[in-house]
Design a protein around this ligand. Sequence first.
Ligand code: ADP
Ligand code: MG
Length: 729
Amino acid sequence: MQSLRFKALEGLAGVDSTLTEHDGKITDVFGSNVFSGKVVREYLSDEAYKSLMNSVKNGTKLERKMSEQIASGMKAWAMKKGVTHYTHWFQPLTGTTAEKHDSFFTLKGDGTALETFDGDALVQQEPDASSFPNGGLRATFEARGYTAWDPSSPAFILEQGYGKTLCIPTIFVAYTGESLDYKAPLLKALAAMDKAAVDVCNYFDKNVTKVTGTLGWEQEYFLVDETMANARPDLIMTGRTVVGHAPSKGQQLEDHYFGAIPERAYAYMRDFEVESYKLGIPLRTRHNEVAPSQFECAPIFEEVNIAVDHNSLLMDVMNKVAKRHKLKVLLHEKPFAGINGSGKHNNWSMSTDTGVNLLAPGKTPKTNLMFLTFFVNTIKAVHDYADLMRAAIASPSNDFRLGANEAPPAIISVFTGKYLFDVLQEVKNRVNNKFDEQDEAILKLDLHRHIPELLLDNTDRNRTSPFAFTGNKFEFRAVGSSANCASAMTVLNTIMAKTLVDFKAEVDSLIEKGEKKEIAIMQTLRKYIVDSEKILFEGDGYSEEWEKEAERRGLPNVKTTPKALDAMITPKATKLYAETGVYNEKELHARHEILLEDYVKKVQIEARVIGDLATNTILPSAISYLNDLVTNINGLKGIGLGDESVKAQKQIAAKIAEHINVISENVQAMIEARKVTNKLTDSRQKAIDYCEKIKPYFDVIRYHSDKLEFLVDDKKWALPKYRELLFLR
Ligand code: ADP
Ligand code: MG
């Protein structure tokens, strides 16, 4: 029987890469499936509109009467667009989005059919969601969790073929109030940052009443032919290839990077872009990435909460549209060994309701000081909570990437660019902490002219830093491609909130002692620069010297997830989250527990997949070929040829037999080790053991499997090879 691999290879010839027709401008479809802007105005009364806008801006609770009106407006709009069902759309900690569809349709007591959607249905729902991870917060027999509407993220219509569903973005919380999703803590972090940042902004400008976090993510991904992927159980089950000999050609020619986009990928991109535009996701760029079959897309930045929702939505849309193109999109951080993995750079800044980007250098001494204040506070925040930043990006799949000399290392450092580095040095070196009139000299630095020139120039870009200043924003580059951006954004905005609150307290106390405001600010900034200097690093983050240097500086370098997660529940973290109101201690421990369990489950699944593949696919291929060799060797001897004539074949046969033995022994040993590990009841220890005692088998088995792939008759190898997955389209 022909293996799936060869069927897939044959199928490739018939693949259709023709473009779907999309007429008209992007602006014609943009946001057409979103309940925002003009549509809201059109479908709501003045009163309802005003209260919704007020709730969006200030987070005020909507009156029941208003939510009734809004629900009815939403329903009218949705039904006009052919929607039949609605769902509360949320982001549980499983890492995917969740929906449970309800129909607008109901029957009245007398049997009349009716379409309804009332305020209660809009505002709160109780999905039967007892099997989402909850870290022990919500025993299944207890009260269930509920979803609650987040008016700050607009409702939208998801299309699936001809089916249309109205989706209401919601948070997901337990009845006892603890958050069970990504969004609830994120909203709290953003609110804390808003308040702290407004207070600090008011030193410079009394008109600022709101500060929003802004996020522009860059999504990297791989595309693989679907039938080919279907012949790789590892890709289907784990999102990555657990075996696969390196192809003769990898990414060394760099001929894919920014090259012409292959036709089939291009057809796919256009389609998922159109779907994204309808949902109001402002995608702006697309290009090839470094590795073969790797691509990237990025939107125009938005408010953090919206940007996070949009990234989650985009990942769903990408998956769905890929099916239409008979493609499989791989969002895993490291789908292929030996070539680059994928990340999701999080470009982040803060912006005031007066229209100022707080991380954009100013034009006047006053705005320069405001810029420096937020710039230095960010550095201080990252310095003080580097371990939490590391924990925020920890996942079993991102472990393959961090520190693999292609992605930022597991050491958190901050890149500022030379010009700003020198500015910071100048502030720091001010003798005796004396700041006076002549500090005009510092504040008059032509920041707004020099920084954009220096930093926006690509040659001054540091591509190896996990957290780099890029002219008017910081780029958190260590986030994994499959991650929900909320984890990174919750931490970043929380630590920013805390740092700004402390900063204000210090400055205020200096002012109380009679110091002039500007001088008090400069003195505090100087102190912060001194305190957090060791996090600044301008060199090559991939180099071994940096690892050593970082160790000398005392910067943490935790390479694996189970231990990186420890940072979440330290007394320091507990205090931080309590003060900012983002998590209470119970929630924090629950989350820690969920992440550890997630780690164990994912590594466990990989271990099983590797065991299965080795036993029922790889070894049979090898044994079958070995059999051919043996038959042939015996045949040659049978016709009277001597040992000399079968020398090469005997050597090959011996090597194959050896690899078969090693694989088989290691699969057995891995199973035994799992049995021991599975008995552990402490999640942390279990995760550590999975990491340190189980995962090492993966590499050994892979090594020998890849050797076999090289030795065994190509016709007998059942799994699509790297060259086929990566280069055929
Ligand atoms: P780069 O040259 O750094 O790639 P871009 O302007 O293309 O610069 O930005 C990359 C990403 O950063 C985009 O998603 C963009 O929307 C986002 N970005 C730009 N400015 C900001 C900002 N102030 N806050 C958050 N993200 C931003
Ligand atoms: Mg980038």
